[in-house]
Design a protein around this ligand. Structure first.
Ligand code: AMP
Ligand code: MG
Ligand code: MG
Length: 323
């Protein structure tokens, strides 16, 4: 009779593996898929055949890497999670699916994590996955490769709760000995892995913003912050990473243009590490499936002093950039 409880315990542990909560399985699949998408992004670049298409002028581009990485992510996830809503940046193509792009693996590291209590019984219909297969396309075509990220964000009931980011060219300037690329993931209430929070310099005020989508609203708002230095770089994912890793104090983008797939994954990882991402009025961003895609209220991401940045935002900018 002493064997019975041990047997029961064993079977619970097995079920814990295969029957992990939906959210953990989704993040575990997204980690594997994001790694594959990152490989696709590198392979397309190496092939030299970028296949650039202008979606909406020369600052809104799509390449073969955007198309193939999106196929990899959306097809792989939708086959494993057919009832979950998945919204990707790129229009689906009519071409037949390249089966070599599909991934079925689940990250063991994620499956081993303990799902936060409030997310343990999330249902398929509560979830929207926001996919930016390649964030920083303009920079990718220009060879600013470390600006590029693959973003998979998971929203539950309209709130960004989990994110996976692959940075395909992390370390690419570090020489042949360094491991190229990295993947990080996070869940709000649990923490983030594969990336570490670093504190920015105390003697210098650094703000990061867009490099290829600037306008007067962007420059007026940055000027009002009076930073010592402005890092104008590509990609929403990349800029949130600069804030997380202490290279910048804040990411300020006071204009529409950035979309829900740009912010969902970075926001979740930043929040999981204790930071904040809102629009420029301080409103939380919404991620339910019927929400409009553009972040018309702009983006502000910080670790600390979020309210100070909000208070410095000029009235004229706030008038022009409404949620
Ligand atoms: P950036 O900081 O310029 O790299 O922009 C961050 C994300 O928002 C990228 O995915 C951009 O493509 C997108 N984005 C920002 N502004 C615009 C715009 N005016 N038109 C199209 N996409 C934009
Ligand atoms: Mg993007
Ligand atoms: Mg993109």
């Amino acid at each position: 009779m002493f064997n019975l409880p041990r047997l029961l315990l064993h079977s619970v542990a097995m079920a814990g593996n295969t029957g992990a909560p939906l959210l953990l399985r989704l993040v575990a699949a997204s980690v594997s898929v994001a790694e594959k998408a990152g490989t696709i992004v590198r392979n397309v670049f190496d092939s030299g055949e970028l296949g650039v298409v202008e979606k909406d002028g020369k600052n809104d581009l799509q390449t073969q890497a955007d198309r193939s990485a999106q196929e990899c992510i959306v097809q792989s996830l939708s086959r494993q999670f057919p009832k979950v809503t998945i919204i990707g940046e790129e229009e689906p193509t009519d071409e037949t699916v390249d089966e070599s792009h599909l991934v079925t693996g689940l990250s063991e590291e994620v499956l081993k994590a303990v799902c936060p209590q409030d997310l343990q019984s999330v249902k398929d219909e509560d979830v929207v996955v926001w996919v930016d297969p390649l964030d920083g396309t303009k920079e990718y075509t220009q060879g600013f490769l470390d600006h590029v990220t693959v973003l998979i964000g998971v929203a539950v009931k309209g709130k960004a709760v989990a994110g996976v980011i692959n940075q395909p060219y992390y370390n690419y300037k570090a020489g042949p000995g360094a491991t190229l690329g990295r993947t990080m993931w996070g869940i709000v209430g649990l923490g983030a892995f594969g990336v570490e929070r670093l504190v920015p310099p105390a003697d210098k005020w650094i703000v990061t913003t867009t490099r290829s989508h600037s306008n007067k609203l962007v420059t007026d708002s940055i000027e009002a912050m009076q930073p010592d230095e402005v890092l104008r770089v590509g990609g929403a994912g990349h800029k949130v990473l600069l804030v997380i890793e202490g290279k910048a104090h804040a990411y300020v983008f006071a204009t529409p243009g950035c979309k829900k797939w740009d912010t969902c994954a970075p926001e979740a990882i930043l929040h999981a590490l204790g930071g904040r991402l809102t629009d420029i009025h301080g409103n939380a961003l919404q991620y339910h499936k019927d929400v409009k895609h553009p972040n018309t209220g702009g983006v502000l991401a910080t670790y600390s002093d979020h309210d100070w940045y909000l208070s410095r935002m000029p009235e004229s900018v706030k008038e022009a950039v409404k949620p």
